[in-house]
Design a protein. Structure first.
Lengths: 312, 291, 254
C-alpha cells in the first residue's frame, strides 16, 4: 500500500471513530468499542512483529499484563501518578523484551513459538502466585486514570482516550512500516540472508521490533488496567496471547488496517456469541479454523484482492 | 530425606510418562507434516473423559478403554481430514491458529457433552501402595509407567518393522522421495493423527485415576507435552520421551522442595534455558542453512 | 593494492572438504570469474567470503583488513555485496522496495525518527525511491517498476538481485551464477550489465557456468576442482591449461 492510501485510511478511521458514538446506544456498547480499541492497539504493535517481520509470538499477553500490573501496583501501592506509572511500565517491559529478544529471536518457527509461549505462561504464573504484590487470582485495582487534576470517569471519555491512542498507534506503526527500518523488517521476513548482504543487521532489527511491539502492548495494558475496576491474571494468560495472534492473522498479516479489523471483529464476536452461551467456545473454535482454512491470508487482504480482481 | 526424594521421583516419572506420550504425539505429527498440533492435549482429555462416561454407563473398564481409544482416534482422523489437510500449504502461524482453534472447539464440545466438573476412574488394581525405602508407590503409577514402556516398545516395532511404519519414517525424512517410491503421503498424514490421538488417549486414560480429569485438563498437559517434544528436539521420538521424563521429574522436585505454585512454570523455565543455549533442543539436528 | 585476499582458506562439512587450502588475490577494478565443475566449491567459497559460512581454517582480508568470520551485514558496511544462485528476493515486497532495501546503509535508520516520520525520513525516502528506480532501469527492469516481486519471472528476479546489490554501492560485487537458467537473450543482457558495472569501477567476482560469457568478459579466471585451485590466469591462459582441459573433458585425458 502506498503512503497516501495509508494517510487516507487513517483519516477515514478518524472519521469513523468520531461518528461511531452516534450508534452506541448505551454504556454496554461503549464498553465493547473500548475493549476492541485496547485489543486493536496491541494487535497493531504485534502485527509489526508477526505480519511485517515474520516472527511469531505466543506470549504478548504477558507484556500486556506486565504493563497493566505495573500501572496497578505503582498507582495503588506506591501512589504514583498514572502517567508516570504507564511510562515506567513501558520502560520495564521494553527492557525485559530487549533482554529476552536476542536469545529468543535466534529461534525460528515452532521453536520461537514455544519460547514466546513459555515466557507468556511464566509471566502469568508469577502474576497469579505473588499474591502479596499482585493480589493473586483476584487481581488488583489500578484506580482511575487521572492526569494534571483531570480524572477519566465516564465510558464516553474513555472512548475518546482509547480512540485517540489507537489513531496514534496506527500512525506510528504506519510510519515505521514506510521507513528504511520498516523495509529492513519486511526484508527480514522475506529473506534473512538477502537482507544481511545489503547491510541489514537482522538480529538487531528483530530485537528492535520485538521491543516496539512489547511496548505497544504494555501501554495498552496500562490504560486497560485503569479502565477496568480490577485487573486479573487472566488478562495476561496464554489464551489472551492466542486471542491477540488470532486477531492479527484473522484480519490479515502485514496489514495494519487488517489488524484493526481483526481486533474489532473478534472483540465484538463474543458479545454476539453470548446469545449462544454454552456454544460460545465451540463457535469461536470453528470460526478460527474456518477462516484460517478458507482465508489463510486473512480477511482484509483476501477481500482486497477480490475487489481488485473485480475492478480489473 | 531419601524417602521424600524417592517419592518425588516416583510422581515425577509417573506424570513424566504422560508428558512423554504427549510429546511423542507431537513428534509423530510433526514428522509427518511439520504441523504442531496444539489440540494434542485434547486427545488426552477425550480419552479420559470418554472412558469415565462409558464406565458410568456400565460398560466394563477394558471395553470402555478400547472404545475410548477408538473414539479419540476418530477425532484425530477428523481433525486431520477437515482442519489440517485443507490448509496444508498455509504458513506456520496459520496452522498454529487452526490447531488451537480445533482445541478450543473440542473443549467446547466436551463442555457440552459432559460438564465442567472433575471426574475420576477407579485405579486399575486397587489403591494399596507399595512401600519402597519409606516412599509409597501407587499401583496405578506402575500402570502408567508400564503402559508407557509398552507403547514406546510398540512404536519402535511399528516404525522399524512394519511397512506402514517405515513409510511414515520415510515421509518424515523426505516427503518427495517417499512419494516417488510410492508412499501415499496423504495416508501417512492421516495415520500420524490417528496414532497421536491413540497415544494421547492412552495417556489420558491411565492417568485419570491419579489426577482426575475435566474438560480443561488437556490444556496444560498438551503444552507440557509440547515442551517435552521441543526439549528433546522436535521430531525426535526418543528425545520426546527423555524430555517428558525430565520435565516430569523436575516439576515434581520443584513442587516438593521449592513451591508447588511454581510447579507449572518449571517445564517452561527448562525449555527457555535449553532453547537459549541449544536452539534445536537436546537431541535435535542443527542444519546449516543452504543459500 | 589488492582488494580481497583469500589466504589458505578451508571449509569442512562433516569431514568433507568443500574448500581446501585455497589462496588467491583479487585486484580492484577488474572482472574475475570463478569456474569449475559442479561441486567444486564455488558457492561455498562465495559463502565464506561474504560471511555466511565461517571458515574452518584460513583468513580473508578485505581492503587490507582481516574480515574472517565477520557477519554478512558488517561486510556489507565495508563495501561487499552479492547475489545468490538460489534467489534470496524479498517476495513479500514490491520490486522497487527490494532495491530500496539495498540502500539501507545509506539512509537514516533511527527508530524514533522513523516512528515519527521526521522530515529527514520523507526526504531520504524520496531520493531513495528515485535511485532505486534508476538502478532498475540500469539493469533493464523498467517494465517492472510497479511490479510485486512475487509476480516477476525468474530472469527478471536475477537482475533484481543485481540491482539490489548495486544499491548498496559496493566496492566488491559477487555474483553467483547470474546467467543460470536464462535464455540466450537474457544472458546477453546480464553480460552487458556486468560490463557496465565494472566500467563504473566496481570490482566484480562471478561464479558462472556459461563459458562463453566467462571467456568473453573476464579479466582473470580462477579454476576450482574439488575445493582446490586448479589453475589461475587470463582467459587465454586458462583455456590452454592442460589441467583445466583434463578436468573439463574428464579425468582420463590427463
Amino acid at each position: 500500500m502506498f503512503r497516501n492510501e495509508r494517510m487516507i485510511g487513517l483519516a477515514v478511521l478518524a472519521v469513523i471513530i468520531a461518528i461511531l458514538p452516534q450508534f452506541l446506544p448505551n454504556n454496554y456498547y461503549y464498553d465493547v468499542a473500548i475493549q476492541a480499541g485496547f485489543n486493536a492497539i496491541v494487535c497493531v504493535g504485534l502485527n509489526l512483529l508477526i505480519g511485517y517481520a515474520g516472527q511469531i509470538s505466543l506470549g504478548h499477553a504477558g507484556f500486556f499484563g506486565l504493563g497493566a500490573y505495573a500501572s496497578a501496583i505503582l498507582c495503588t501501592r506506591y501512589g504514583w501518578p498514572p502517567i508516570l506509572a504507564l511510562l515506567a511500565g513501558a520502560l520495564v517491559v521494553g527492557v525485559l523484551a530487549f533482554v529476552l529478544a536476542r536469545p529468543i529471536l535466534k529461534l525460528k518457527g515452532h521453536y520461537l513459538a514455544m519460547a514466546t509461549l513459555g515466557i507468556g505462561i511464566i509471566i502469568s504464573i508469577v502474576l497469579n502466585t505473588e499474591a502479596q504484590i499482585t493480589g493473586g487470582p483476584d487481581g488488583i485495582s489500578a484506580g482511575p486514570f487521572s492526569i494534571g487534576g483531570y480524572t477519566i470517569k465516564t465510558e464516553q471519555t474513555w472512548y475518546w482516550v482509547v480512540g485517540g491512542t489507537l489513531l496514534v498507534a496506527i500512525w506510528l506503526a504506519n510510519n515505521l512500516v514506510d521507513s528504511p527500518v520498516g523495509r529492513a523488517l519486511r526484508a527480514v521476513n522475506g529473506s534473512e540472508v538477502g537482507a544481511e548482504v545489503v547491510g541489514v543487521d537482522t538480529a538487531r532489527y528483530k530485537v528492535l521490533v520485538f521491543v516496539v511491539s512489547a511496548v505497544f502492548a504494555s501501554v495498552a495494558g496500562s490504560l486497560f488496567a485503569h479502565y477496568l475496576p480490577q485487573i486479573t491474571p487472566a488478562k495476561a494468560d496464554f489464551f489472551k496471547s492466542i486471542e491477540f495472534v488470532t486477531m492479527v492473522v484473522f484480519g490479515g498479516m502485514a496489514s495494519t488496517f487488517g489488524s484493526l479489523v481483526g481486533a474489532v471483529f473478534l472483540s465484538a464476536l463474543p458479545q454476539v456469541l453470548t446469545v449462544f452461551e454454552d456454544y460460545e467456545a465451540m463457535i469461536l473454535g470453528a470460526i478460527m479454523m474456518g477462516t484460517m482454512i478458507f482465508m489463510p491470508r486473512g480477511l482484509v487482504p483476501t477481500l482486497g484482492s477480490l475487489l481488485v480482481r473485480r475492478r480489473g | 530425606m531419601l524417602a521424600s526424594f524417592l517419592q518425588f521421583v516416583f510422581s515425577g516419572i509417573t506424570v513424566g510418562s504422560i508428558y512423554a506420550l504427549c510429546g511423542l504425539g507431537f513428534s509423530i505429527i510433526f514428522n509427518a507434516s511439520h504441523v504442531i498440533n496444539f489440540a494434542q492435549g485434547e486427545f488426552i482429555m477425550i480419552g479420559g473423559m470418554a472412558t469415565v462416561s462409558l464406565v458410568a454407563l456400565g460398560v466394563p473398564l477394558p471395553v470402555a478403554i478400547l472404545l475410548a481409544i477408538l473414539a479419540t482416534m476418530l477425532v484425530g482422523f477428523a481433525l486431520e481430514k477437515f482442519a489440517v489437510e485443507p490448509a496444508r500449504k498455509a504458513s506456520v502461524t496459520t496452522l498454529i491458529i487452526i490447531t488451537i482453534g480445533a482445541s478450543i472447539f473440542l473443549r467446547g464440545i466436551a463442555q457440552e457433552l459432559w460438564d465442567k466438573n472433575f471426574h475420576k476412574l477407579p485405579p486399575f488394581s486397587g489403591d494399596q501402595p507399595f512401600l519402597i525405602a519409606g516412599a509409597s508407590l501407587m499401583p496405578q503409577s506402575l500402570w502408567v509407567i508400564g503402559v508407557t514402556v509398552v507403547v514406546i516398545v510398540g512404536l519402535g516395532w511399528f516404525f522399524n518393522r512394519t511397512l506402514e511404519g517405515k513409510a511414515m519414517l520415510a515421509t518424515s525424512f523426505n516427503t518427495l522421495a517417499a512419494q516417488l517410491v510410492g508412499v501415499n503421503t496423504k495416508k501417512v498424514l492421516l495415520m500420524s493423527f490417528g496414532l497421536s490421538a491413540m497415544l494421547g488417549a492412552i495417556g489420558g486414560i491411565v492417568i485419570t485415576p491419579i489426577t482426575f480429569t475435566n474438560y480443561e485438563t488437556g490444556i496444560m498437559l498438551g503444552l507440557k507435552g509440547f515442551s517435552a517434544a521441543v526439549l528433546g528436539g522436535l521430531g525426535n521420538g526418543m528425545g520426546a520421551v527423555v524430555g517428558g521424563l525430565i520435565v516430569g521429574i523436575a516439576e515434581a522436585m520443584a513442587a516438593g522442595y521449592f513451591s508447588s505454585a511454581y510447579k507449572d512454570a518449571v517445564a517452561f523455565i527448562i525449555i527457555l534455558f535449553v532453547l537459549f543455549f541449544m536452539p534445536s533442543g537436546l537431541f535435535g539436528k542443527s542444519g546449516t542453512e543452504r543459500v | 593494492m589488492t582488494l580481497l585476499v583469500v589466504d589458505n582458506l578451508s571449509k569442512e562439512f562433516g569431514g568433507v572438504h568443500a574448500v581446501e587450502g585455497l589462496s588467491f588475490a583479487i585486484n580492484p577494478g577488474t572482472i574475475h570469474s570463478i569456474i569449475g565443475p559442479n561441486g567444486a566449491g564455488k558457492t561455498t567459497l562465495f559463502n565464506l567470503i561474504t560471511g555466511i559460512y565461517k571458515p574452518t581454517v584460513g583468513r580473508i582480508l578485505f581492503q587490507d583488513q582481516d574480515v574472517t568470520a565477520k557477519p554478512p551485514y558488517e561486510l556489507a558496511m565495508r563495501g561487499m555485496s552479492r547475489t545468490f544462485q538460489n534467489l534470496q528476493v524479498f517476495f513479500n515486497m514490491s520490486a522497487l522496495e527490494n532495491v530500496m532495501v539495498g540502500r539501507h546503509l545509506h539512509l537514516n535508520r533511527g527508530i524514533l525518527t522513523s516512528l515519527l516520520r521526521l522530515p529527514a525520513i520523507a526526504k531520504g525516502d524520496a531520493a531513495c525511491r528515485d535511485k532505486a528506480a534508476e538502478l532498475m532501469r540500469f539493469v533493464g527492469l523498467e517494465r517492472f517498476l510497479d511490479a510485486q516481486a512475487d509476480s516477476m519471472p525468474y530472469g527478471a528476479l536475477k537482475r533484481l538481485e543485481i540491482a539490489r546489490a548495486l544499491a548498496a554501492e559496493p566496492a566488491l560485487l559477487l555474483l553467483d551464477e547470474p546467467a543460470a537458467g536464462l535464455n540466450a537473450t537474457e544472458s546477453h543482457e546480464v553480460d552487458e550489465v556486468i560490463s557496465k558495472v565494472a566500467k563504473q569501477g566496481v570490482t566484480v567476482v562471478l561464479v558462472e557456468h556459461n563459458m562463453k560469457m566467462v571467456m568473453g568478459i573476464s579479466d582473470h579466471i580462477l579454476v576450482l576442482d574439488y575445493g582446490k585451485k586448479l589453475a589461475e590466469g587470463t582467459p587465454e591462459q586458462v583455456r590452454n591449461n592442460p589441467d583445466v582441459i583434463a578436468a573439463y573433458l574428464g579425468g582420463g585425458a590427463a
